[in-house]
Design a protein around this ligand. Structure first.
Ligand code: PRP
Ligand code: URA
Ligand code: MG
Length: 209
């Protein structure tokens, strides 16, 4: 699974364990998703472009670096991806944000798109697609296809938990898209839920069940 980057860190493991606990409520769940996304983003943004800029310290002139975050587009997959946006924008304050609304048909597990609003994207954009759960991978691959159709060449997928089945979908359909995740879980159950997972991320964020 060469496109997979599991960000292995004690802070992430600790926070993810609290998120997985069925007794953790929505306030703490949302806070932890924001915190882990911040830590994942540190790794996922490792290759974004910088330009050299001249500045003056109180002592002398130096050539420093500035990130080119105006070329960055952040795309949460609704709904659950929304819980990751604020924290990545803290690191990339000038990024544009696009939204792709997709839910899984509970029978077929195929993605049903109900919304898409994207800023201008071209082959110089770096696009971070956000979704806490990569289960079958159908929703993620769907979002990546939309972005490629708009001209994106440099796409990074950021998730909290990935299933082997979802990583395999990416390997087949978009092997050029790296996946950054906090954990590779064991497998999917017969309803397409990740085991051990954390349940339905959207429902836990927004208390819809
Ligand atoms: O990899 P997949 O099998 O496609 O599953 C992952 C998708 O399932 C969840 O969305 P859901 O359909 O529950 O919509 P929601 O975020 O609105 O709850 C999750 O947030 C992902 O988008
Ligand atoms: O385990 C899963 C699988 C898909 N979507 C979720 O929110 N959780
Ligand atoms: Mg859901």
């Amino acid at each position: 699974m060469k496109n997979l980057h599991v960000v292995d860190h004690p802070l992430i493991k600790h926070k993810l364990t609290i998120m997985r606990n069925k007794n953790t409520g929505p306030k703490e769940f949302r806070e932890l998703l924001r915190e882990i996304t911040f830590l994942l983003a540190y790794e996922a943004t490792r290759n974004i472009e910088t330009v050299e800029i001249e500045i003056e310290t109180p002592l002398e002139k130096i050539i420093g670096f500035a990130i080119e975050d105006k070329k960055v587009v952040v795309v949460p997959i609704l709904r659950a991806g929304l819980g990751m946006v604020d924290s990545i924008l803290e690191l990339l304050p000038n990024a544009s944000v696009g939204h792709v609304g997709v839910y899984r048909d509970p029978e077929t597990l195929k993605p049903v798109q109900y919304y898409c609003k994207l800023p201008p994207i071209d082959n110089s954009s770096t696009v971070f697609v956000l979704d806490p759960m990569l289960a079958t991978g159908f929703s993620g691959v769907h979002a990546v296809k939309i972005l490629k159709d708009r001209g994106a060449k440099n796409i990074v997928f950021v998730s909290l938990i990935a299933a082997p089945e979802g990583v395999q979908q990416f390997n087949i359909h978009c092997p050029d898209v790296p996946i950054y995740t906090a954990c590779l879980d064991r497998q999917l159950n017969e309803h397409g839920y990740i085991l051990p997972g954390l349940g339905d991320a959207g429902d836990r964020l927004y208390r819809t069940k």
